[in-house]
Each structure stands twice: as structure tokens, then as C-alpha cells.
Design a protein around this ligand. Structure first.
Ligand SMILES: [Zn+2]
Length: 356
């Protein structure tokens, strides 16, 4: 069953977290990186400051105001460019979105990390997942001189990383065979493989949006299985290493009759499995530690107009609904008697649970 698999992954994440993540403890962020001039340079890694790990306690969780049963915003972007439309965010708007998120105490994670509960966010901050659908050129553009376009989505995010208090995390759901082909892996045919590799190297996630933006509700099981297998295998091959494509954006939000088609399958000897799939709409998602979480039906917030500001305001009006990290990715901390909307704690998480 999928939940069992998620829980198994959570246990693995717990072990890995014990080895790697705990040293981060309560440390907020990392040192600010120097400004890269060659924009294709890898961003400065976020280095954990060397402090002795402290076990999470209910008292510390309370002092932080941790609520890891709270809800998380998964934001949905399409084009970055001009002019602004329902499906196009201008560079200025996207930059302002990041500024707003940072100033309101949010910190980015990848969708895979949400799905597996590997949420590495400084204490007191709230995770947010930024997703991009359809791999259009404005999301990631390389200029003629070989540098990263500072007005493209990746360029704007990397500038936020250099400014501090932000990380190279977002999930790109790429298309592989569509017309016009400027939606195939961000256009710029000569740069496609390089873009996939650099995104992954910097810490971003590349997920599947099927090969051709297939309507999985209308397509045959055979064609759906083929595209779910081929899209994953193709991106992994381009990544050129041990990379695993684990997440899917369901085109048009049109689901197949049976979700098990998304979870795993095989086409001509190529097997696949997806840990998580995102919907087109639906608001904030329940916590991955909650019974209300549905990994193959993760809702999103389309960022258009004032939708982001409104979603942030909703958490201000109902702070009990907002996920706030305890800063310890191995432990799950939340106040006793969580709000009904949050569901209840999943059993057998395989990690310390603290209530206060
Ligand atoms: Zn799409």
C-alpha cells in the first residue's frame, strides 16, 4: 500500500536525518552566499552551522510554536513573462511573491520532500512548495552569453538564494514532446540536458507532466502507462546519474479512473512509481503526517492576481492551521488538540512525536 511505502520512506528519511540533518537543529538558514557573476555557477550550498544537536522537547516545541500537523501551501506557476495573464506571472510579480513569502516566514522545499515528510526548514518557519508546470522558456532561460537569464524563474529564485534566507528548492513538471516545442524542457533545444542537470545539481526537483501533456482521464491505460514510464525514464537518463523522478503533475487535473495507475506500473520492461501527484486547484495541503494527507491528490494554489496574498492572509486569520517547523526534521511536534481541519496524526510514523 502507498501509505506503507511512504512510511517506510519516512523511516529512511528519519535515519538519514539523524545522520545529516540534526546538526542543523535550531540554526536558522545558512551563511549568505557571495553573489555569483557567472549565473550558471552552482549556488553556494547552505552549510549547517556546527552546533551540538539537542533533542526536541515539548518545551522547545512550544517556545518555537511548532505545528507540524498544520497545512502547507503548494504554489502553482505556469509562465514567467509579460504581460501578466491568468497563466503568466511577470518577473516583477514573481520576485515580489518570493519577497512576500520570505518576509512572512516561509521557506521552500521540494514536493518530494513534502511527500516523504523530509521537511528541512529552520525552526519557526513554514515550508512552501513552489511548482512550475509545462516547462515554458521563461521558467529557465539561458542568455546568448551562456549566463542564466536573471528575469527567468530560476534566475529570480537564485537571486533570492543569494540574498539569504532562501534555498534552491522548487519542483518543475516538464513536458518532453509537445507543439510548439518551446514547451519541451524550457525550449532552447541545445540546452535541455544541461538545464535538467543543473536544476538537480542546485537542489531543485524535476518531475513528470507526462510526455505530451496527456489527458489521463481520456487516454487508454496502455498509452497512460507508456507516458508515465517514458517521461520518468527520459528525465532520469538526461539527469545522467542516480536521480529519481518521484513526482507527477496530472495534466489538466484530469485523473485516471484508478489512482493505482499513477502509483506504479510497467511499460515494455520499464517500470515506474510516483510517490506524489499534484492537482490543479484546492488550496493548502494537509501535513504529510496527517490522516488527511493524500499523496496522489495534493491540492495546489494557482498563483494569479492576489491569490498568494489571500492564502497567506488565511493563515494569519487562522494561525492554528499553519504548518510551523520545529527545526528538527526527525521529530514531529504540534500542539495538543489540533484543529479538526488538520486531521489526526498518522500512526506508526517511525519518528519521535512531541505534543505540548
Ligand atoms: Zn500543464
Amino acid at each position: 500500500m502507498l501509505f506503507e511505502r511512504i512510511i517506510r520512506l519516512v523511516v529512511i528519511a528519519f535515519i538519514a536525518g539523524a545522520a545529516l540533518g540534526l546538526a542543523g537543529g535550531l540554526v536558522l538558514g545558512g551563511p549568505e552566499g557571495s553573489v555569483a557573476t557567472g549565473a550558471e555557477m552552482a549556488p553556494t550550498p547552505t552549510t549547517a552551522v556546527d552546533v551540538a544537536p539537542q533533542p526536541m522537547t515539548p518545551e522547545r516545541a512550544q517556545a518555537i510554536g511548532a505545528n507540524e500537523l498544520g497545512m502547507i501551501m503548494v504554489l502553482e506557476y505556469h509562465k514567467i513573462g509579460s504581460p501578466a495573464t491568468e497563466w503568466t506571472r511577470t518577473p516583477e510579480e514573481f520576485r515580489a511573491d518570493l519577497d512576500l513569502l520570505r518576509s512572512e516566514g516561509y521557506y521552500p522545499i521540494n514536493l518530494r520532500d513534502l511527500a516523504t515528510g523530509s521537511i528541512e526548514v529552520p525552526a519557526g518557519k513554514s515550508p512552501v512548495v513552489i511548482t512550475f508546470d509545462d516547462s515554458s522558456p521563461g521558467q529557465y532561460r539561458i542568455l546568448d552569453d551562456g549566463t542564466l537569464d536573471p528575469e527567468s524563474g530560476v534566475g529570480i529564485m537564485e537571486a533570492a538564494v543569494r540574498a539569504g534566507g532562501w534555498a534552491s528548492r522548487a519542483t518543475f513538471f516538464a513536458l518532453l514532446d509537445v507543439r510548439p516545442d518551446d514547451h519541451v524542457l524550457f525550449g532552447q533545444e541545445d540546452h535541455r540536458a544541461r538545464k535538467v542537470r543543473s536544476l538537480i545539481e542546485w537542489g531543485y526537483e524535476v518531475g513528470s507532466h507526462t510526455v505530451t501533456h496527456l489527458n489521463l482521464k481520456e487516454a487508454s491505460v496502455a498509452e497512460s502507462t507508456k507516458q508515465l514510464a517514458v517521461s520518468k525514464a527520459t528525465i532520469e537518463q538526461m539527469a545522467g546519474g542516480a536521480y529519481s523522478v518521484d513526482t507527477l503533475s496530472v495534466p489538466f487535473g484530469e485523473y485516471p479512473a484508478d489512482d493505482s495507475l499513477l502509483a506504479s506500473g510497467e511499460w515494455e520492461g520499464t517500470s515506474y512509481r510516483y510517490l506524489a501527484a499534484v492537482e490543479v486547484t484546492g488550496g493548502a495541503t494537509p501535513s504529510p503526517f496527517s490522516t488527511a494527507f493524500s499523496p496522489l491528490h495534493i491540492p495546489r494554489i494557482i498563483v494569479t492576481g492576489d491569490a498568494l496574498r489571500a492564502a497567506i492572509q488565511r493563515f494569519k486569520d487562522h494561525p492554528e492551521l499553519r504548518y510551523v517547523s520545529d527545526g528538527d526534521s526527525a521529530a514531529v511536534s504540534f500542539p495538543a488538540g489540533p484543529a479538526d481541519e488538520l486531521g489526526s496524526l498518522l500512526p506508526d510514523l517511525g519518528r519521535p512525536v512531541l505534543t505540548y
